[in-house]
Design a protein around this ligand. Sequence first.
Ligand SMILES: CC/C=C\C/C=C\C/C=C\C/C=C\C/C=C\C/C=C\CCCCC(=O)SCCNC(=O)CCNC(=O)[C@H](O)C(C)(C)COP(=O)(O)OP(=O)(O)OC[C@H]1O[C@@H](n2cnc3c(N)ncnc32)[C@H](O)[C@@H]1OP(=O)(O)O
Ligand code: FAD
Length: 655
Amino acid sequence: MSENPDLTNERASGTFETNAMAAVIYGSEKFAQRRREITEAISKIPEFQDSHPLVFMSREEKISEACRKLAVLSNYWNSLIDTSDEEEALHLYREVLGLEGHPLALHETMFIPSLIAQASDEQQEKWLGRAQRREIIGCYAQTEMGHGTNLRALETTATFDISTREFILNSPTITSLKWWPGALGKSANWSIVIANLIIKEHNYGPHPFMVQLRDEKSHEPLPGITVGDIGPKMAFNGADNGFLGFKNYRIPRENMLMRHSKVTSDGSYIKPPHAKIGYSSMVKVRSRMAMDQGLFLASALVIAVRYSAVRRQGYLEDKSREVKVLDYQTQQHRLFPSIARAYAFIFCGFETIRLYDQLLIDVQNGNTSGMADLHALTSGLKSVVTYQTGEGIEQARMACGGHGYSMASYISEIYGVAIGGCTYEGENMVMLLQLARYLVKSIEMIQNGKSRELGPMVAYLAENESEIDLNLGPNEYLKVFEYAARNQTWRATEKFQKLRNSGMSNEEAWNQASVELTRASRLHTRLYIMSTFINHVGSIVDQKVKGVLIDLLNVHVTYEVMDIGIYVQGLLSSNQMDLIRNQLYVSLETIRPNAVSLVDSFQISDMQLRSVLGRRDGNVYENLFKWAKSSPLNKTDVLPSVTQYLKPMMEKSKL
Ligand SMILES: CC/C=C\C/C=C\C/C=C\C/C=C\C/C=C\C/C=C\CCCCC(=O)SCCNC(=O)CCNC(=O)[C@H](O)C(C)(C)COP(=O)(O)OP(=O)(O)OC[C@H]1O[C@@H](n2cnc3c(N)ncnc32)[C@H](O)[C@@H]1OP(=O)(O)O
Ligand SMILES: Cc1cc2nc3c(=O)[nH]c(=O)nc-3n(C[C@H](O)[C@H](O)[C@H](O)COP(=O)(O)OP(=O)(O)OC[C@H]3O[C@@H](n4cnc5c(N)ncnc54)[C@H](O)[C@@H]3O)c2cc1C
């Protein structure tokens, strides 16, 4: 069937090449091209297609379907991608497995990275190759039923037995059961387990251990291990998140990951070079989250924008034909600022992934000085992008009206997966408060006359801006944001200090200032996102692409400043706010002809999108009908439930 002419016209009105934009989104022409080649190659392999729509499958069927595809994937892995390239691997996974989770997700995202960052050279020699070849499947078991956030309160113990030179693992209480780890339930046979290291009755706190859970031949749990699936979740139902308990389960001393902390055979403990070095796998995932969430948001927007260009409802001036709903200003206001955010998040993602890779090298060379900065940055960024992504996806769903609520749109699945990110890798409020600690310390440095020692990301806290040139360009908007973040950070810090100075304990003062502190963290992070977006656009060479991205940046900066209006009341007059509001409306109109091309540029395939509404060809209605007809409920005209219950009830009512 040919393309819906409404989409053809939209594509014709675009002022730039989508391949050129994809090269900017994905960091290079080479990688954008590789993505297309991988997608093309996969589309020719019938075994990678869903056996039937995932949304009609039970959880067991989803997991089985994911495993089937993983097995097929293992036959093609080396021929489809450069296996040393993480981004190619991730693209391949996304295309084939989609976003509902699968039994290798944690193996790739946390198990292997933990071995790389935490295992000694000898340990890597023993396990890393096996893991990379997928001879073993691993997971990352840290969270317990009773504690996820407060790692210092984890209860699982690994007690060193000097006589046998083994660690004895135990789960002393019901709340100490490991709870949540992806792939633990049914798939993984090994795990990195985070447990309290105990030597001669001294607790050295949580440390990582490499633990075999299941027999490598029979896949049965090993004696001393209780393991299973935790049941259905809001989303991620292609993954078997699990529980795990230990009863006097022994592992050799060599199974504690000993790149940084060490226990010698006589039971001596050697401290790591930085107390939080064992948290590096979490920082690794957090540093990826801006990119991953940007792509979740992008997926929802591809669906909503394409659908809005083929959905016609109501009239503007021309009463002879209904308009595309994308022409309504309210629809544009709902969707276009999110397009800008998706671009901004992806640009930030590239930056934080690069920063993590550099930090990993530095730490391996003994330099841990960058850890605090990256921890603070990624803590704030993961919190802001997950929250705003959730908001943007939900708006995209509503922008699709009734059909958005159907699983045919697939938006609810994207939403469920994306907002998991508000919780996993550190609950958002908790992570905002981690960044707040860093911001408060920065203010204290200024108060102590050490402004010159501030890092580049917080140097603005020491500046003083009270007037803004009304000839607003992106850099002036940045100044507005700096003003808001600086004011809020000072206000929150001063509130905390005042409470503390009034005699309150440090902890209670912190608690009573914490809402204000999280607000400071959000503003600081949004400032970072904006400045990364501005810098990125400044570096683009292709003039047509740059022109459209400047338009998109204008949507971003005006929308973001309007959104934080309450924090800039002391800086901007109501006339200035009106001016910005009008600039936003103008920028929505400016971006309108490029809306479809901007979402096409994400180059997310139909196979990955799984959305009837978001199809590239725009043939929504005929496929919606086809999709509904494929519902298992439509296999027969009369359901047994009707015969068994409703018919007798109706008959009885007739009497
Ligand atoms: C090749 C690859 C190919 C393919 C990949 C394949 C498939 C993937 C497919 C798709 C991917 C797509 C998308 C992703 C989708 C899905 C991913 C699926 C699931 C996600 C998995 C989620 C896994 C988890 O959730 S694991 C568990 C995570 N848990 C947490 O995050 C716990 C949160 N809590 C903490 O981190 C800590 O407890 C705390 C930081 C909050 C507090 O710690 P602690 O009490 O020890 O410290 P404090 O007293 O608060 O602070 C003391 C000082 O320490 C500083 N600090 C803390 N942390 C760090 C750190 N990390 N680095 C540096 N410094 C740190 C803190 O700042 C304090 O400093 P100060 O100076 O004293 O103020
Ligand atoms: C989809 C998914 C996948 C996961 N995968 C894994 C995995 O593979 N491996 C793994 O180990 N874990 C995994 N987890 C667990 C996850 O990391 C934790 O659930 C997460 O870190 C939050 O911890 P919690 O559940 O203890 O929340 P809680 O800390 O109990 O949060 C409850 C509330 O308390 C608040 N709160 C808690 N502490 C504070 C504080 N100090 N200050 C202010 N407010 C506070 C929070 O903000 C929140 O509002 C996964 C979770 C999900 C949802």
